[in-house]
Design a protein around this ligand. Structure first.
Ligand code: FAD
Ligand code: SIN
Length: 533
């Protein structure tokens, strides 16, 4: 059993930013950071386009960034939160630059600023087309220098400890559910350990793996959202899954798809259909730079009309020098599969990319469970509403990591450990006899979610999806009760829960808004509401 003042679950931009701030503020306290994978295997590492921030007062303003975010969010953003993120953003970006992150600059020393869908100005700071990798590197380097941060890899957090583990009945109606720490599966010893913490931060990232094709790496299985739901915390707006319009299409490849950043369209890339037609002008006056929900639906519609698995992204007019200056990584990736972007168009198709909903938090990142905070992609702060504006998530993660830190730092003195939590009980379980029961269920889940709960939905598809998920859930719970836990089983469990929350939210939303498009209700309802589960 371990004890720590501050427990941080997740080593992406959200978790590391918070840990660094806490470590600086409390040099005598221990900050324990845990990740289930290697240190940098995170959604953060794969971010390409950059971080949206107002830092060009001559052309840009807070008001413009706020307005762009609200327009993308389609009526569901919390204006107060949008203002907080946009206005506090520049200070947070300055901090990560001070920690060593490098963003591309012009020859005169000013920052280069990119543009992406839904932005009215060029405001996206970036490091070539590997911005996330650079930010993650800088954060990990800074963390390594902090003596009071203990960084533990390959530890899979299984469940949040609450009064439930003391034998009390905890339900959604229980007023003061409290978090006392976590159970964690140490993947090196294969044992479940108990960690007691005064304050816990969930920074567990997204859940793109619930779908068959996603830009997210394999860690993105929604564990933090699922464990909060199991612990009776509030989860919000899960139906708003953002599909990125332009993942690289490679025949037969499922799982993580390589992203072709929206910044390519920001620099002049043009989407074309099977017949070579630049079709976006038929869908939106902003053409290729319309918000993502509109572009992804337009591509989906073109693919269905022309019977193809992808559309094309035309960058032939860029020339090698211009393209490789901003997008060297994409150039190399395309070349490695035989596509010279100066001569051929890039085949692209939408893929699950970002979870706009998640663990419901307030303006200080507090979840509905006491002493449990959440920030980054696993949280639902109110910033994104029904559709996230491109490159707003890295910014949100940093702003809310700071806010969680500020609130938790004030609170810590009043929190004590809860000592009498029992150890994990593995009695009656044995090693699973065959992994196929897990791997096949995962495939079924991903098919159901992709085919019935994708970019375009309707009531019959959602009802069918729920029936399939019910069965998968019942079978997986049987397995969970009788088997020794493994990361594969735990992730399957998380993903079925997340799938259920997405379908449930989608079923409740009797309208089409932002990323949720239901052909049975093509218009917007007058009732503007968040769906909290
Ligand atoms: P992550 O960076 O995903 O980190 C999650 C961490 O939690 C990982 O360390 C993981 O191992 C750990 N974890 C999860 N579950 C458990 C568990 N059970 N136990 C222990 N550890 C666990 N956003 C932008 O703003 N701009 C962009 O240009 C951009 N481009 C993107 C490109 C791609 C390909 C992708 C996938 C996303 C992109 N995004 C972008 C979104 C953005 O990168 C993410 O939303 C953000 O990085 C999430 O950060 P995070 O810290 O919340 O989570
Ligand atoms: C991209 O680079 O297109 C992704 C940006 C984002 O998801 O915010």
């Amino acid at each position: 059993m371990q004890k720590t003042d501050f427990l941080v679950i997740g080593s992406g931009i959200a978790g590391l930013t918070y840990a660094l701030k806490m470590a600086n503020r409390f040099p005598d306290k221990k900050i324990l950071v845990m990740t289930k994978a290697t240190a940098d295997e995170t959604n953060t590492k794969y971010a390409q386009g950059g971080i949206a921030v107002v830092n060009d007062p001559e052309h840009d303003s807070f008001e413009k960034h706020i307005e762009d975010t609200l327009v993308a969010g389609d009526g569901l953003c919390n204006r107060e939160i949008v203002e907080i993120v946009v206005k506090e953003g520049p200070e947070r970006v300055k901090e990560i630059i001070d920690w060593g992150a490098r963003f591309d600059k012009e020859e005169d020393g000013d920052y280069k600023r990119g543009k992406e869908g839904g932005h009215s100005e060029f405001r996206i700071l970036h490091h070539k087309d590997v911005t996330g990798k650079e930010m993650e590197r800088a954060l990990l380097d800074a963390v390594a220098k902090q003596k009071n941060i203990e960084f533990v890899k390959h530890c899979f957090v299984v469940d949040i400890l609450t009064q439930h583990h003391l034998g009390y009945l905890v339900s959604k109606a229980t007023p003061d559910v409290e978090c006392y720490g976590v159970y964690v599966l140490n993947l090196e010893t294969n044992k479940i350990e108990k960690i007691l913490s005064k304050i816990t931060l969930l920074a567990t990232g997204g859940n793109g793996q619930v779908y068959r094709t996603t830009t997210n790496p394999s860690i993105a299985t929604g564990d933090g959202i699922a464990m909060t739901y199991r612990a009776k915390g509030r989860i919000e707006n899960m139906e708003f899954i953002q599909f990125h319009p332009t993942a690289l299409y490679e025949a037969g490849v499922t799982g993580q798809a390589f992203l072709i950043t929206e910044a390519v369209r920001g620099d002049g890339g043009i989407l074309r259909n099977k017949h070579g037609e630049a079709f976006m002008e038929r869908y939106d006056e902003r053409k290729d730079l319309a918000p993502r929900d509109i572009v992804a639906r337009a591509i989906d519609s073109e693919m269905k009309k022309t019977g193809t698995e992808h559309v094309w992204l035309d960058c032939r007019h860029f020339g090698k020098e211009k393209f490789t200056e901003h997008f060297p990584n994409i150039y190399e990736k395309c070349l490695s599969i035989g596509i010279d972007i100066t001569k051929s168009m890039i085949p692209v198709a939408p893929a699950a990319h970002y979870s706009c909903g998640g663990i419901k938090t307030d303006e200080w990142g507090r979840s509905s469970i006491r002493n449990l905070y959440a920030c980054g992609e696993c949280a639902s702060t109110g910033l994104h509403g029904a559709n996230r504006l491109a490159s707003n998530s890295l910014l949100e993660a940093m702003v809310f990591a700071h806010r969680c830190f500020a609130d938790a730092a004030e609170k810590i003195a009043a929190v004590s450990f809860r000592e009498n939590i029992p150890d994990w009980n593995a009695q009656g379980t044995s090693e699973p006899k065959e992994m196929i029961l897990i791997t096949q269920s995962l495939k079924e889940l991903q098919l159901v979610m992709s085919d019935y709960v994708g970019i375009v939905r309707n009531d019959i598809r959602l009802q069918r999806a729920m029936r399939r998920l019910d069965l998968l859930w019942a079978e997986t719970e049987e397995l969970y009760k009788s088997s020794a836990v493994s990361p594969q089983l735990l992730e399957l469990r998380s993903m079925i829960t997340v799938g259920y929350l997405i379908v449930k939210g989608a079923g409740f939303r009797k309208e089409s808004r932002g990323l949720h498009y239901n052909t049975d209700y093509p218009g917007k309802s007058h009732l503007v509401q968040n769906i909290v589960l």
